[in-house]
Design a binder for this molecule. Structure first.
Ligand code: DGJ
Length: 742
């Protein structure tokens, strides 16, 4: 995040009226326009327009964000709002695009600085703009101090989602402390008719969708945990009161940051909703040396008039087509086996080899050995940090197991938890100073482990080098990168006291740096972001990892709710979902193997059961389900998700549908929690099909009512619908609608 300021300063571009920038390819105009005479910046992409301008005081203010408006409508210049008596000066009532804390500002500031002379007043005014390679840079400077902020904007043309961040530069010649820094503020059209939706959770209970009317005051979504956390996820959506899953205005967004973060949703005194997001200001205090910069995370946000479902689909497309490694064609997720629930720490060569054969016979494509293979790691009390193969468990190293996996036509994956150390480890005995700590204070353990201070250069190097060695010496296709606790005592005694809080930025920057460097050096290796479940899922980690683990809760029924929450913000294609044993360890609930498969097949399919205990019948069922998944995998991982009936609000049923991007295939998953009072399963009306195309219905598992045609038009399935025959408790069915080829 920190870098030296480039020699040249951005020059003020003199652009003609409604200058349409020429992007990398000279021909196509970008969606970003600068109206120099009105001092208005306008972004038109997909069905969205975002507009802001420079007002008469040279401050930046939002002018419009919503459904696309005609290019014929020339923008009116920005004009500061009237204040509200002496108590709320215009600074507070104007929808500021990016405002420093200074003057009499009471709304959430975007930037707050303490200067060495005690001054804490920052008043940023517009200086210049520059539009290059699809990135609009708008430069601001304090009224007297040489502190500049460059706001950068880019847009995803497919979805109209705008990404923005701020770059703070210190030209004062002295260090100063950035007390808070956001990426910017998104201002919604003024009004009080809004409902904010956000995600909350905890270990084994992530991804709960919450909704509340936006009232005067502030809702703070945040993590103070050092990493993303599950208590809230850095995502928001705001709908009008009338908006539903399928219709109405929704504004939504996500912050690309895996450290402590905050998104503040504020309804101010003039009923203006402001969404400000960036580094969490709690305990923040970034010492910015002269001649250096601080870059805030990218903050993505978009709008749709087509409801919550479309808001999610736009996020999914952004992730699949723009953010993920290998976007716009991210690699399809292989069917994976993971040993964790079967063996826990009791891994060894013979046991893992036995599992490989079982897994391969089901059609599994990737075999992953989880925790327990290294150091003195026989339980969670010891060994973390000592990344050498345990010689008792693997006397000949990892090679025999990896060779075996390859001989069975699978690739091999391995679990690591690079940022952690058990006090009972050789690494900690050698480097007790490598962990986050305050000098002379207790070191709080979580799962018997401490957090290595990745901000330190020696720790960063150690982590990179052991991972690099592991990947160089072994034929490893996949790393499951785990992270099983949050921070405590976030001190960094090795640096001067006034630079210690930089740990909040540098830790995460180094985490990203290691991932980036590893991917460059080992371009074929894929990585899963796991944090004891779904505690490190965000738009910052997604470009550096290929998939994520949403939760340690593998109960297939609980997963329906978890997956419903996850897909609000993140694509089902990156959501790893294992089929595990029944009764599940989580709830002691018994679920059929078919139910468990259908629950997991809505994402990226994995198997985590103890296959050595499967009966021949169970093996046969599993084989069929894996084959069925492969036939729909592309639709599930790259298609459009429609959440037809959510498993929330006490609903006894839940239904999802995924439609292939070219609409040649749709897959329907139906779940019945419990039958009551003879009510039939509700009729399902599909969505997103080609109305004129003929689709043939095929069952993956389960039955439809006798009068259902085997083939009919898309319009038939969407309007007349389909009756699924489900009765009993914890029942499931799934069907494929295969479109005629064209
Ligand atoms: C937490 C992960 O979420 C689990 O899947 C497993 O990898 C354990 N850690 C291993 O310690």
């Amino acid at each position: 995040m920190r870098r030296r300021i480039a020699q040249h300063l951005h020059s003020s571009a003199c652009l003609p009226f409604f200058f349409a920038a020429t992007a990398v390819a000279q021909s196509a105009p970008t969606a970003i326009h600068v109206d120099e005479s009105a001092h208005v910046f306008r972004i038109d992409a997909d069905d969205t327009t975002y507009e802001f301008g420079v007002n008469e005081h040279q401050r930046l203010q939002t002018l419009y964000w919503g459904e696309r408006i005609s290019a014929k409508d020339h923008a009116a210049s920005a004009k500061e709002s009237l204040g509200a008596a002496a108590f709320d000066a215009p600074l507070n009532t104007t929808p500021q695009e990016f405002v420093g804390w200074g003057g009499g500002l009471y709304v959430e500031p975007d930037l707050k600085i303490t200067f060495p002379d005690g001054n804490r007043d920052l008043d940023l005014r517009y200086v210049s703009n520059n539009l290059r390679d699809g990135v609009l840079s708008v430069r601001m400077k304090d009224i007297s101090l040489p502190v500049t902020v460059t706001l950068e904007y880019k847009v995803d043309e497919e979805t109209g989602i705008v990404a923005r961040r701020a770059i703070v530069e210190n030209h004062t010649g002295k260090p100063f402390v950035v007390e808070s820094a956001s990426s910017g503020t998104w201002n919604l059209p003024r009004g009080a008719d809004y409902v904010v939706r956000y995600l909350s959770g905890r270990w084994a209970g992530e991804w709960t969708v919450n909704e509340q009317k936006i009232q005067p005051g502030k809702t703070i979504l945040e993590s103070r945990r050092g990493t993303t956390g599950a208590q809230n996820n850095p995502w928001f959506s705001i709908r009008t009161q009338e908006a539903t899953e399928d219709e109405g205005d929704v504004w939504f967004g996500g912050l690309a940051w895996s450290g402590s973060w905050q998104i503040a949703v504020e309804l101010d005194t003039v009923q203006q909703v402001r969404v400000t997001g960036g580094f969490n200001p709690f305990d923040f205090g970034y010492q910015l040396k002269p001649g250096t910069t601080l870059e805030t995370p990218w903050f993505y946000a978009g709008h749709t008039s087509h409801g919550l479902g479309d808001a999610s689909r736009k996020m999914h497309r952004l992730e699949l087509h723009s953010l993920l490694p290998h976007a716009p064609q991210p690699k399809l997720r292989p069917v994976l086996y993971n040993s964790w629930e079967a063996t826990e720490f009791k891994v060894n060569e013979a046991g893992q080899m036995a599992l490989t054969e079982k897994a391969a016979s089901l059609g599994v494509e990737r075999f992953v050995m989880d925790d327990g293979w290294f150091g003195a790691r026989n339980n969670d009390h010891a060994g973390l940090g000592d990344w050498t193969v345990n010689p008792q468990k693997f006397p000949h190293g990892l090679k025999p197991l990896i060779d075996k996996v390859h001989s069975l036509n699978m690739d091999f994956g391995l679990w690591v938890e690079p940022e952690m150390v058990n006090p009972d480890s050789d690494l900690y005995r050698k480097h007790p100073d490598w962990v986050l700590n305050f000098e002379g204070r207790p070191r709080t353990e979580g799962r018997n482990q401490l957090v290595l201070n990745l901000a330190r250069e020696d720790v960063r190097q150690y982590v990179f080098l052991f991972l690099d060695k592991l990947l160089t010496e072994n034929n490893i296709a996949f790393l499951k990168w785990d992270y099983n606790r949050n921070w405590s005592e976030p001190g960094w005694p090795a640096v001067a006291p006034d630079a210690q809080k930089n740990v909040y930025v540098e830790f995460t920057s180094n985490f990203y740096g290691i991932l980036r460097e590893l991917r460059l050096k080992h371009p074929n290796v894929e990585i899963e972001s796991c944090s004891g479940g779904g505690s490190r899922v965000d738009l910052g980690v997604i470009p550096l990892t290929d998939e994520v683990w949403p939760s340690d809760n593998t109960d297939a029924f609980d997963r329906l709710r978890i997956q419903h929450g996850f897909t609000q913000a993140y694509a089902p294609g990156i959501m790893m979902a294992w089929v595990t044993d029944s009764p599940t360890w989580v709830n002691q609930r018994t679920l059929s193997l078919e139910y468990r498969f259908l629950s997991s097949m809505q994402g990226s399919l994995g198997i985590g059961a103890d296959l050595t205990k499967f009966t021949p019948d169970e093996m046969e069922t599993a084989r069929k389900m894996v084959a069925a998944y492969k036939a729909i995998r592309e639709t599930m991982q790259r298609g459009d998700l429609y959440r037809l009936v959510p498993p929330t609000n006490g609903s006894e049923v839940s239904v999802t549908e995924s439609v292939a991007p070219d609409k040649h295939q749709a897959v329907l998953f139906s779940f019945l929690h419990s039958s009551t009072e003879l009510y039939p399963f509700p009729r399902i009306h599909l969505r997103g099909l080609d109305p004129e195309r003929t689709y043939t219905l095929r069952s993956i598992y389960g039955k439809v009512s006798n009068d259902t045609p085997t083939s009919a038009s898309g319009s038939y399935w969407m309007h007349k619908g389909i009756d699924v025959n489900l009765r009993g408790d914890f029942q499931a069915a799934a069907f494929v609608l295969q479109g005629e080829s064209r």
